[in-house]
Write a protein that binds this ligand. Structure first.
Ligand code: HEM
Length: 231
């Protein structure tokens, strides 16, 4: 009787290594990034069809959003996960205030409307004070975006509104303390990849990033309603 042989183990087939989390995050948010990038307000802004009042209105929304981000960052500075992402090099509020001062004569947004969508976004950011991974999702969506397309947007806006590149009026778009944005972003992605989140937690982080994109898009839509009449 032929002996029953143990199944011969197959030679190790090449297996695609799981993509790093940072790549998954980018891939799963690509569609919403595209939507935000192609929104009517952004396209009008970059094409010089938003007047200074509209530009100032957008800066006032930035102030509200980054005050939320940077106050939660302060609270979570010593958190073992979120604390790794918090960096003074990223801080935007003083630059936003400098831009406002240049444009309106005051570093405060008093008298400038905070839109409903902006309020919802800021509340959502603050709600993550007790979920550090969710805060990282919001941190990633804004700051990695600012260090990516944001740099190019700043250059275009300087031209559109007649400011010195990186100077007063467009300081928000210039990270004076990050001389090598590409290296900073690579390091940031490596930190995202290294956090020991479970698969379920990673999924929740991706979902929170999608929420952040949605909220940004809602702000653009609300701004477009007032500052891009007729589309
Ligand atoms: C005119 C509008 C925009 C343009 C032209 C733009 C452009 C870009 C470009 C070219 C990159 C890739 C850079 C790289 O590979 O290093 C990028 C990345 C990114 N953008 Fe934008 N973007 C825009 C709007 C936005 C908005 C509204 C958000 C969210 C609030 C955002 C968030 C991000 C994020 C998080 C990344 C990093 C993706 C990753 O590598 O994980 N962007 N953007």
């Amino acid at each position: 009787m032929p002996s029953i042989r143990a199944p011969h183990p197959l030679p190790d087939a090449p297996v695609d290594p799981a993509p790093p989390f940072s790549a998954v995050l980018r891939e799963r948010s690509r569609h919403l990034h595209q939507r935000a990038e192609q929104s009517d307000f952004v396209s009008a802004l970059l094409n010089g069809r938003v007047d200074r009042t509209g530009y100032v209105a957008m800066i006032a929304q930035h102030l509200c959003v980054y005050e939320a981000l940077e106050s939660v960052a302060e609270t979570l500075r010593d958190d073992p996960v979120a604390g790794d992402f918090v960096s003074e090099q990223l801080t935007r509020v003083p630059s936003i205030r400098a831009d406002l001062a240049h444009l309106t004569g005051s570093p405060s947004a008093d008298g400038l409307a905070v839109l409903d969508s902006t309020r919802r976004y800021a509340e959502r950011i603050r709600a993550n004070e007790h979920w550090p991974a969710g805060f990282v999702a919001h941190h990633y969506t804004r700051y990695l975006g600012d260090l990516s397309g944001g740099l190019a947007i700043g250059a275009v806006l300087a031209r559109v509104y007649g400011f010195a590149p990186g100077g007063d009026g467009v300081r928000f778009y210039r990270f004076e303390r990050i001389p090598h944005p590409a290296a900073f972003k690579n390091d940031y992605r490596a930190r995202l990849d290294a956090v020991p989140w479970s698969v379920a937690e990673r999924d929740r982080v991706v979902d929170e990033v999608l929420v952040a994109y949605e909220l940004n898009t809602e702000i653009f839509a609300e701004l477009a309603g007032t500052y891009c009449p007729g589309g």
